[in-house]
Write a protein that binds this ligand. Structure first.
Ligand SMILES: NC(=O)c1ccc[n+]([C@@H]2O[C@H](COP(=O)([O-])OP(=O)(O)OC[C@H]3O[C@@H](n4cnc5c(N)ncnc54)[C@H](OP(=O)(O)O)[C@@H]3O)[C@@H](O)[C@H]2O)c1
Length: 233
């Protein structure tokens, strides 16, 4: 799929907020690489979008091989990546607290929610640096605010605090270039993770993520947003 549009990649975009972000970016004239762990899920999602500017590639963010394969695909197919949305996330672990948490479970959560975005950013930053353009949006959570750390959802919360720290660290690392790195809390959203009682639709949850993906060259970096407003880490 050759294109003159800006190119975005969304992790975990077969369903939930990631799928809504893919849809939102397509509406803004961006070409989207939709990714998923299971090929059948991803291809079904692409078919649902039924848009000429979307293509598919498999991705498991916990696998170096998978991330490297995707980076080679993007380099060969597009020669650039303008927007990276680190959306894939797991394990809102309400059943445990910090003092009794199963640390194997915590480690698995970290591998997806923190190391996944870290792997992806390491893999795609060189491509962004080469073109001196990049917008990286890390999908975080209110559970990752310092004030929210009261011992509950320990794996999830601490993985999101760490993701926020990674956001600041990368933003400072590329400061002075045209690469902006920010974190967004989508709010409480009706997805498999958020459940059916959540007040926001996936499209509403995607809004601030899409907004941050389209920041202008002098836009903010190293910040945390919800509902298009800056919030405290
Ligand atoms: N929903 C909320 O209320 C809420 C609130 C705050 C923050 N968030 C954050 O928003 C993001 C999206 O959440 P969601 O509510 O849309 O969750 P979701 O419906 O559970 O979707 C999660 C997505 O991540 C994918 N994923 C999981 N592990 C992966 C891996 N190793 N490699 C690649 N993809 C993987 C899933 O793929 P499979 O289909 O293969 O499982 C799925 O596409 C997450 O980072 C979450 O922490 C959500």
């Amino acid at each position: 799929m050759k294109t003159t549009n800006k190119v975005a990649l969304v992790t975990g975009s077969n369903r939930g907020i990631g799928f809504a972000v893919a849809k939102g970016l397509l509406k803004k004239g961006i070409s989207v690489i939709l990714t998923s762990r299971r090929e059948s899920d991803g291809k079904e999602a692409v078919a649902k979008l039924s848009h000429e500017n979307v293509c598919y590639h498999p991705l498991d963010v916990t696998s170096h091989e998978s991330v490297d394969e995707l980076a080679t695909f993007v380099e060969t197919e597009f020669g650039r990546l303008d927007i990276l949305i680190n959306n894939a996330g797991i394990n809102y672990d309400t059943w445990q607290h910090v003092a009794n948490a199963d640390l194997t479970n915590v480690q698995e959560t970290m591998d997806t929610n923190l190391m996944g975005p870290w792997r992806m950013t390491q893999a795609f930053l060189p491509l962004m640096q080469r073109n001196n353009f990049g917008r990286i949006v890390n999908v975080s959570s209110g559970a990752g605010e310092w004030s929210a750390l009261t011992g509950g959802t320990p794996g999830y919360s601490i993985s999101k605090v760490a993701l926020n720290a990674m956001t600041i660290s990368f933003a400072r690392h590329v400061k002075g270039t045209n690469i902006l790195v920010n974190a967004v809390c989508p709010g409480w959203v009706r997805t498999q993770m958020g459940g059916s009682s959540a007040p926001k639709s996936p499209e509403e949850g995607a809004e601030t993520i899409v907004w941050a993906a389209l920041f202008p060259d002098d836009g903010p970096t190293g910040k945390f947003f919800r509902d298009k407003r800056e919030i405290q880490w």
